[in-house]
Design a protein around this ligand. Structure first.
Ligand SMILES: Nc1nc2c(c(=O)[nH]1)N[C@H]1C(S)=C(S)[C@@H](COP(=O)(O)OP(=O)(O)OC[C@H]3O[C@@H](n4cnc5c(N)ncnc54)[C@H](O)[C@@H]3O)O[C@H]1N2
Ligand code: MOO
Length: 379
C-alpha cells in the first residue's frame, strides 16, 4: 500500500532509534549529534576581565601607572588604590578595585602618569557574564557544527559524547550499468552510485562501500546478508519488471516492509524495510532522479534518526512559475533560489538528473497544492 510523502518520511524517521553513543575528540565530533546535553564546565569569562586594551583605573584621573598585565596573567596581585592605573590587555583579569578600563585611544600617557575621561562604559566582562558555569549550552541531538566545536572548547571540553554515524552499504543492481568510460549500445553509466555518498554523509551516515550486483535474486539476497552495516540502500530493482527482485527477496528474508511505495513523483516505487536483525533496507528506484528524490524522502530521514539528530522544522519558500500539482501525489520539483522566489528549472523527468544538478532545492509540491508556499529540501 502506497504511503503519502509526509507520512512516509515520518515512518522512516520513527523507524530509527539513535545508535549507541561514543566518546570522540572534539575534531572527530564534527557533523555528529550530541548524545548528551552539554553544560558549561567553566564560566565564560572565567573571571572579571578587561574588554579593551587600555588602563584599569580607580578613582578619577590622572592616574599613576603601577604596572602592566596581559591576558593569561594570574588574578592575584595588589588591588588598585584610588588614583592608580594598571596597563591592561584585552582578556586580562582586572585588578580588584577597578572602576573602569580606559581604552588606550582615549588615554594620554606622559611618563608614568595617564590621563583621560572616565569612559561611559566600564569595559569589564564580568565572570560568567557570557556563559555561567553549569548552564546548558547545547541540547542532546544537536548536530555538532564548527561553531559548536569552538563553543565546546571554550567551556572546557576535550571530548564529546556523540551518536555514531550509521554505516551504509550501497548496492547498485543492473546488468546494463557501466561505472567508467563511455557507454556503448545498451549500456548505461551508473549515475546513482556517484550521487549517494554526498547525500549519505550530509544526512549523518557513513558510506562503508558500494557493491555492484547482477540482476539476479540470489545476488541481491547475498548482498543483503551482511552484519557490518546498519542500512543497505539498494538502487534499482524496486519495480515490478522481470529483473526487479527486491520485493520478493525481502519477502524471502522475512523483512517487515514499513513503506511499500510512496505517493510521490518521481520515486513512487521506493520502499523501506526492517530486516529481522534490525538492519534497514531502503529501495531506491533505478531512474536516477527518482533515486535522488527517494534518497531525500526515505533514506535521509532514516539516517537522521539513526544518527540521533533532533527533528528540525521544515524549510519553506515561495514557488513561482507554472507548476501543476497532482491530484493524489506529491511532486518533487528541482528549483533555483532567486531574490524573491524559487523558480523551477525543468529537465526533471525521472531518468534525468540535469534539472536537479542545476537546482538549489527540491520544492515539495503536495497533492492539490495551490501555492505559493512550499517545503524545500536543500540539495
Ligand atoms: N509496469 C510498471 N513499470 C514501471 C513502473 C510501474 O509502476 N509499473 N514504475 C516506473 C518507475 S516510476 C520507476 S522509477 C522505475 C523503477 O525501476 P527499478 O527501480 O526497478 O529500476 P530498473 O528497472 O533497474 O531501472 C529503471 C531505469 O533506470 C536505469 N537505471 C537503473 N539503475 C541505474 C543507475 N544506477 N544509474 C543510471 N540509470 C540506472 C535503468 O537502466 C532503467 O532505464 O520503474 C518504472 N517501471
Ligand atoms: O517514480 Mo518513477 O521514479 O517516477 O520514475
Amino acid at each position: 500500500m502506497t504511503t503519502g510523502w509526509t507520512e512516509a518520511r515520518q515512518v522512516a524517521r520513527d523507524a530509527a532509534e539513535p545508535l549507541e553513543a561514543i566518546t570522540v575528540d572534539l575534531g572527530g565530533a564534527l557533523g555528529l549529534a550530541l548524545a548528551e546535553h552539554l553544560p558549561a564546565l567553566v564560566s565564560l569569562p572565567l573571571c572579571d576581565t578587561s574588554a579593551m586594551d587600555g588602563y584599569a583605573v580607580r578613582g578619577t584621573g590622572p592616574w599613576q601607572v603601577i604596572g602592566r598585565r596581559l591576558a593569561g596573567a594570574c588574578t592575584s596581585g595588589a588591588a588598585l588604590e584610588p588614583g592608580q592605573a594598571l596597563e591592561i590587555a584585552t582578556g586580562a583579569p582586572i585588578p580588584l578595585g577597578t572602576w573602569a578600563v580606559l581604552p588606550v585611544e582615549l588615554s594620554a600617557l606622559e611618563g608614568s602618569t595617564v590621563a583621560g575621561e572616565l569612559p561611559g562604559k566600564h569595559h569589564i566582562r564580568r565572570r560568567g557574564e557570557d556563559i555561567p558555569r553549569g548552564r546548558r549550552v547545547l541540547q542532546a541531538g544537536s548536530v555538532v557544527t564548527p561553531a559548536a566545536l569552538g563553543l565546546a572548547a571554550s567551556v572546557g571540553y576535550d571530548v564529546l559524547r556523540v551518536h555514531r554515524r550509521p554505516r551504509v552499504r550501497v548496492v547498485v543492481s543492473g546488468d546494463e550499468l557501466l561505472t567508467t568510460g563511455l557507454p556503448t549500445h545498451g549500456q548505461v553509466r551508473d549515475a546513482i552510485g556517484p550521487l549517494l555518498p554526498g547525500l549519505i554523509t550530509a544526512a549523518g551516515g557513513e558510506l562503508l562501500d558500494t557493491q555492484f550486483v547482477a540482476d539476479r535474486a540470489g545476488a541481491l539476497s547475498e548482498s543483503l546478508a551482511c552484519d557490518d552495516v546498519d542500512v543497505v540502500a539498494v538502487c534499482g530493482s524496486t519495480s515490478v519488471g522481470p529483473a526487479d527482485h527486491l520485493r520478493p527477496v525481502l519477502g524471502a528474508l522475512k523483512a517487515d516492509v514499513l513503506v511499500d511505495g510512496v505517493a510521490c513523483r518521481p520515486g513512487h516505487p521506493q520502499l523501506l524495510a526492517a530486516l529481522p536483525d534490525g538492519r534497514h533496507v531502503v529501495g531506491l528506484p533505478g531512474n536516477p532522479f527518482a533515486a535522488l528524490a527517494a534518497g531525500h524522502t526515505l533514506l535521509a530521514p532514516l539516517l537522521h534518526g539513526l544518527a540521533g539528530h533532533s527533528p528540525k522544522a521544515p524549510l519553506t519558500g515561495r514557488l513561482r512559475g507554472a507548476v501543476t500539482a497532482r491530484a493524489t501525489e506529491t511532486r518533487l520539483v528541482p528549483a533555483v533560489r532567486t531574490d524573491d522566489a524559487l523558480v523551477p528549472v525543468g529537465r526533471d523527468r525521472a531518468g534525468n538528473l540535469w534539472g536537479a544538478a542545476m537546482a538549489d532545492v527540491l520544492a515539495v509540491v503536495p497533492p492539490q497544492w495551490t501555492g505559493p508556499e512550499v517545503e524545500v529540501l536543500p540539495l
